[in-house]
Design a protein around this ligand. Structure first.
Ligand code: AMP
Ligand code: MG
Length: 349
């Protein structure tokens, strides 16, 4: 059976207004109804768009794995409306989780805690822990509250592809595999949440993200263990952190010598997209004359770069290029999350 494309329902309202206007409320009501019958709804968060299902309904969550083509070994983050809802889902609430939630929720940080009995096996890939987050997006929180259940929601894209930061990206990647898309505008942070394991001492960062290690250490009052570098050997501490992930269809090269690399690619007749912050460099200006090169000027700050990264990769993927080249980011704590995503995007197929 061929399913129709999902409707995209816009649900935004002015910052000053507490309650959504009737059209946004109708979109929320429709999403609640779809979730209630075990359906899949793409929702905006401040990080990326998520593909949501009722986290307490194992059948519904199985639908997420099918729609994404996600391996069953990769657990899913559960989204909650507030700390109280998180605590109901956890078997214990470690001090580090309490400190992080108090300081940063709603926000782009996920805590891994002991799993309570209400969470189905499929959500945690059978493991004894559950990952929880309260998103800093009022449409997402409204929806969770209205549904009255936590929402399991990984990024709303086919597995391993670039995460969506607009409803249009979701439609392109998942199309008729899902039931509904809520449009809450483009995502602010633009990369996935920081994930921190609070079941170990000291707590360990499993995935770098918008919140830095230093910010988390200040909140928990102790040093936390660093994430492992992308592509490092050894057993995965966090299931689902594959070396290749977040990748555009077009092969991507992360290069310290980007200008020379781009010049060589152009010389050999390739069509190239280049993400660079060095647009006033004379070498960049010289290469820009080539008709086979698309230069995308990127912001020099890591947060602004992150916010634009995925939308840029989605756009370049539409342009039939042979290669995407990205300047190697600074080796700097601020750039850790962006570097992690780019390293994974560049990992060989
Ligand atoms: P996403 O694909 O953005 O939903 O990311 C989910 C990621 O969070 C997974 O790939 C894991 O790395 C991590 N994660 C989710 N649940 C757990 C868990 N229970 N224990 C450890 N890591 C988890
Ligand atoms: Mg993902």
């Amino acid at each position: 059976m061929v399913r129709p494309l999902p409707p995209i329902l816009r649900a935004v309202w002015p910052a000053g207004a507490v309650d959504p206007p009737p059209d946004a409320q109708a979109a929320i009501d429709r999403a609640v109804e779809v979730l209630g019958r075990g359906g899949l709804v793409a929702i905006p968060t401040e990080t990326v768009y998520g593909l949501a299902a009722d986290a307490l309904d194992a059948e519904a969550v199985a639908g997420i794995f099918r729609a994404k083509g996600r391996p069953a070994t990769n657990p899913i983050i559960v989204h909650v409306a507030d700390v109280a809802m998180a605590r109901e889902l956890a078997a214990a609430w470690p001090p580090a989780a309490a400190a992080i939630a108090a300081r940063f929720w709603p926000g782009p940080v996920t805590v891994v805690v002991p799993r309570g009995p209400r969470i189905p096996d499929i959500v945690t890939a059978g493991g004894p822990t559950v990952a929880l987050r309260c998103p800093d997006h009022r449409l997402a929180r409204r929806l969770i509250a209205a549904a009255g259940v936590p929402l399991a929601a990984p990024s709303a894209n086919r597995s391993e592809a670039v995460s969506p930061t607009t409803p249009h990206h979701v439609l392109e990647s998942l199309g008729n595999r899902i039931d509904l898309i809520l449009d809450g505008g483009p995502c602010r942070a633009g990369i996935e949440s920081t994930v921190i394991d609070c079941t170990v001492s000291p707590p360990r960062i499993l995935r770098p993200g918008p919140l830095s290690q230093a910010a988390i250490e200040a909140a928990v009052g102790e040093s936390v263990a660093r994430p492992e570098a992308a592509g490092s050997a050894g057993p995965a501490r966090s299931p689902g952190q594959q070396p290749r992930h977040y990748a555009p269809r077009t092969p991507l090269d992360l290069r310290g010598d980007a200008a020379a690399h781009v010049a060589a690619l152009l010389e050999s007749g390739k069509r190239v997209g280049w993400l660079t912050s060095r647009t006033d460099d004379s070498e960049v200006r010289r290469l820009a004359a080539s008709r086979s090169l698309v230069i995308v000027p990127m912001p020099a700050g890591s947060a602004e770069f992150a916010s634009r990264l995925y939308a840029t990769l989605h756009a370049l993927d539409q342009r039939q290029l042979d290669r995407i080249v990205v300047d190697e980011p600074p080796v700097d704590e601020d750039w850790r999350a962006v570097r992690d995503r780019l390293t994974r995007a560049a990992a060989s197929r």
